[in-house]
Design a binder for this molecule. Structure first.
Ligand SMILES: C[S@@+](CC[C@H](N)C(=O)[O-])C[C@H]1O[C@@H](n2cnc3c(N)ncnc32)[C@H](O)[C@@H]1O
Length: 225
């Protein structure tokens, strides 16, 4: 039925429904918490300290943090190679197009690990996922044989963050830092924090109040190459 009352009821519904349709298709991932200015302050402080030659971001999303951090790296550490991983082709295509002429910018498409390595909710959401898998594992095995990861920023999904953390730590440089977003909002950081707390003798870590989402900053205590 046409009419202004129904038009009003329909307003915004399409956008909200899209989210649920994506959930039904099994390829919906929430952007649980935006990266705040304080998150960037923390990331940049880590960058300045480590002076990275490699930076891996898991979870490109709309490319907000990738853009912010890559621009900072270009200005201050132009030799640094920046890798960003994304499961959604639309996000991957957009960031790849944006930085197609930047030789140190590497966009990768696919699930970071395998579905079997994930837990809920990622595991359930990936039920119908048919795209590439193991993007992070392949990157580390192929590109990080003779070099180490200086900084990693995990901003993917609850249920895949711990598997990603465990892979990255094996390739982390002695001075390296892993940042994990979404802890104070009970997001993906929770599974990582539980692991850190259960293995306190191996990690030096802080939970930082950078905003509603918060960040964990992690270093390895004992480093064996
Ligand atoms: C919170 S958003 C990232 C936001 C982004 N860092 C920004 O500031 O714009 C999470 C992104 O990670 C992607 N993602 C979730 N789990 C993933 C996984 N296991 N591997 C690759 N990408 C993943 C989602 O599709 C989503 O776009």
């Amino acid at each position: 039925m046409a009419g202004s009352f129904y038009s009003f009821l329909k307003k915004g519904v399409k956008k909200r429904l899209k989210k649920y349709y994506r959930a039904l298709r099994g390829d919906h991932f929430d952007n649980a918490g935006a990266v705040t200015e304080l998150d960037y302050t923390v990331l940049k402080e880590g960058i300045d300290e480590v002076k990275p030659t490699s930076y891996i971001e898991i979870g490109t999303g709309k490319g907000v943090s990738a853009t912010h951090v890559f621009n900072y790296l270009q200005e201050h550490f132009p030799q640094c190679h920046f890798y960003t991983l994304e499961i959604f082709p639309q996000h991957y295509d957009a960031i790849r197009e944006k930085y197609k002429t930047a030789k140190n910018f590497h966009a990768l498409l696919g699930l970071s690990v395998t579905r079997d390595e994930t837990t809920s909710p990622a595991h359930d959401e990936l039920l119908n996922y048919k795209g590439p898998v193991n993007t992070l594992r392949k990157l580390l095995e192929e590109e990080f044989q003779g070099k180490k990861v200086d900084i990693a920023f995990i901003d993917s999904r609850k249920g895949s963050a711990l598997a990603e953390f465990k892979l990255i730590e094996k390739h982390l440089s002695p001075k390296g830092i892993i940042f994990c977003h979404d802890i104070l909002n009970r997001g993906k950081g929770v599974e990582v924090l539980i692991h850190l707390q259960q293995n306190k003798n191996r990690y030096d870590f802080d939970v930082l109040d950078t905003g509603p989402a918060g960040m964990i900053r992690i270093r390895l205590l004992s480093y064996s190459s």
